[in-house]
Design a protein. Sequence first.
Length: 240
Amino acid sequence: MSTTTVDIRRADERFHTSIDWLESWHSFSFSHHYDPANTHHGLLLVHNDDVVAPGTGFGMHAHRDMEIVTWVLEGALEHRDSEGNHGVITPGVTQRMSAGSGIRHSEMNASRHEAVHLLQMWVPPDARVAPGYEQVDISDRIGDGSLVPLASGREPDAAVRIHQRDATLWVGRLRAGAEVMVPDAPYVHVFVAAGDAALGEAGRLGPGDAARLTAAGPMTLFAGADGAEVVVWETYSTIE
């Protein structure tokens, strides 16, 4: 087990891809961005923060052996894949795609007038699985000031199941002044998607800021004056 650490990563420290239709910020090494000291945290391998221009998006491309969770912050994202799955994801709707032995998919902005802002996050599976897809609306569960298990291989009431018994993704839309306990796990990644929050003695986290916690023990997250939308991964093992 690694030494206890609280590692704050600011929004403007992330890798950044900027092309005519996409602004993407990468918390970890991704595509041509590579830093051997920044490849993952626990089991979290990819944490991309994407803004896709209207009427554009990611055309058909392939993945394998990865559990991919997508969470839309603003706008609408249209998904199609080689298994025949199709869906439109909006705020409050989560999607899990198991790449398994191989899948091709596209992710397009469903609007020709407004950008779509989304988070896409990857963890490896703990077993070989067939390609799969799941989409669930949790609008009626989120926003009560607590953390909701969005995707998990551990929590029985998670919105979607991932094939990774050592990982859970929690989300929360916290009212101003609300406080939640961050999971106590060997590896925790706290990301503020909107608003601001204070994490224990680590201090304020603004939009796009993250804290990588390693054996940090229980910590309290306090939402700021405008509230906060937070995305928290807890993992119990790491990528070697």
